[in-house]
Design a protein around this ligand. Structure first.
Ligand code: URA
Ligand code: CA
Length: 433
């Protein structure tokens, strides 16, 4: 088999066989197929698309290119959760201890943030001492004993995807549904959970700018999960405005603590309950979504959820006293309030632009090598649909410098005040097998 023939085959719109896809993935992983041929193939896929069967084969080939984590030593049905990325998305940090508190084992591998999107692992590292690199043995021990651990993705998980994703990043081939679906699902399958709950975000802050694409991505991933014998469901959620009120690492840990104490912002709590109920049902800890939701609400009211978060932080070496004293989290030197310049109703808060504003303060990475400043970020005082008067606080900027002109301009430019606004929809659709 020759790579050039396979590139031409895809370029001309034909379907690649499983044998051909395995040849490509194996050859690319071990370096026999060079980047220039792989980028030509990625571009051919971008334009010609793939069938569901090709996507499933590509996913499994990439999952099998490295370590497949064996979670069978953990009792019960392990449910993983994945979001395709957002701004201020604090969901996982609330969900992991919350669903663990009702008995669902959560063995979660999360990623770091890049660009305007934040990563769960970075946020957890805002807690002094929190270690995201524990051994596989400890990981399994913690989940068996306390039902929860959240760690960084292991280096050898789907190495084919790691290489291909980096290549796509610099060859204009990221925005391809077959490539995104196979990339995400290869890592989820290799991470070893029995069931997978996907949050496919749509809107300005997301990969999928419109709902039609989000729906196709979600359906494709659910289909792949089914073929790989993992029960999979997806929700399509709105990421046109940030989720919750906090954007930034310390600020989002504080937001997660508030949420676990029953004081979370409404949209964040709704996401948590919708995703969490699905996880509880998939793990067979409740018979239906309504019962699952009641269990989760009770775990917050009783204090079981926040207690679980303390255990998780302690297990992983973190200072759990921050949970009762969030002021011990890294704090920014300056808090600068940006007042509204116009009266009306907030009609737009562009998520990716606000994510970039937080990144410019140091809350995120421009490049993979950047260091994160945990203390900085934004607190929104308003969300889409809220009324605002002139002079009322719109956003508080948490910064370690008073020179924030660029950030300030970006924030004002990303918020629109109008006479009225469309009611924001948080969850567009739920997709099951
Ligand atoms: N996230 C991934 O892991 N892969 C993609 O291709 C896009 C988003
Ligand atoms: Ca948030």
């Amino acid at each position: 088999m020759r790579m050039v023939d396979l590139i031409e085959k895809k370029r001309d719109g034909h379907e690649l066989t499983n044998t051909e896809i395995n040849f490509i993935v194996t050859g690319y992983t071990n370096g026999e197929i060079p980047d220039y041929q792989m980028s030509a193939l990625a571009m051919a896929i971008f334009f010609q698309d793939m069938t569901n069967e090709e996507i499933a084969n590509l996913t499994l080939a990439m999952a099998n290119s490295g370590e497949i984590i064996d979670l069978s030593a953990i009792h019960g049905i392990k449910v993983d959760k994945h979001s395709t990325g957002g701004v201020g998305d604090t969901t996982t940090i609330v969900l992991a201890p919350l669903v663990a508190a009702v008995g669902v084992p959560v063995a979660k591998m999360s990623g770091r943030g890049l660009g305007h999107t934040g990563g769960t692992i970075d946020k957890l590292e805002a807690i002094p001492g929190f270690n995201v690199e524990i051994s596989n043995e400890e990981f399994i021990e913690f989940v068996n004993r306390d039902k929860v651990a959240v760690i960084g993705q292991s280096g050898d998980l789907a190495p084919a995807d790691k290489k291909l994703y980096a290549l796509r990043d610099v060859t204009g081939t990221v925005d391809s549904i077959p490539l995104i679906a196979s990339s995400i699902m290869s890592k989820k399958i290799a991470a070893g959970a029995d069931a997978i709950v996907l949050d496919v975000t749509t809107g300005d802050g997301a990969f999928m700018k419109n709902q039609k694409d989000a729906e196709r991505l979600a359906k494709t991933m659910v289909q792949i999960g089914k073929l790989a014998n993992r029960q999979t469901m997806a929700i399509i959620s709105d990421m046109s405005q940030p989720l919750g009120l906090a954007i930034g690492n310390s600020l989002e840990i504080k937001e997660a603590i508030d949420a676990l104490n029953g004081n979370g912002p409404a949209d964040l709590m709704e996401m948590v309950y919708v995703l969490g109920s699905q996880m509880v049902v998939l793990a067979k800890k409740a018979e239906n979504l309504a019962d699952a939701r009641t269990m989760l609400e009770e775990a917050i009211v009783s204090g079981a959820a926040i207690q679980k978060f303390k255990e998780m932080v302690q297990n992983q070496g973190g200072d759990s006293t921050v949970i009762d004293h969030p002021e011990k989290l890294p704090q920014a030197e300056y808090q600068i309030v940006l007042p509204a310049k116009e009266a009306g109703v907030i009609s737009k808060m562009v998520a990716d632009q606000l994510g970039i504003a937080a990144m410019l303060l140091g809350a995120g990475r421009r490049t993979k090598e950047d260091q994160i400043d945990f203390s900085v970020g934004l607190m929104l005082h308003k969300k889409v649909g809220d009324k605002v008067a002139i002079g009322e606080p719109l956003v508080t900027v948490y910064a370690n410098s008073e020179e924030i002109e660029e950030v300030k301009n970006k924030i004002y430019a990303s918020i629109t005040v109008a006479e009225n606004a469309e009611e924001p929809i948080l969850i567009h659709q739920i997709i099951t097998e």
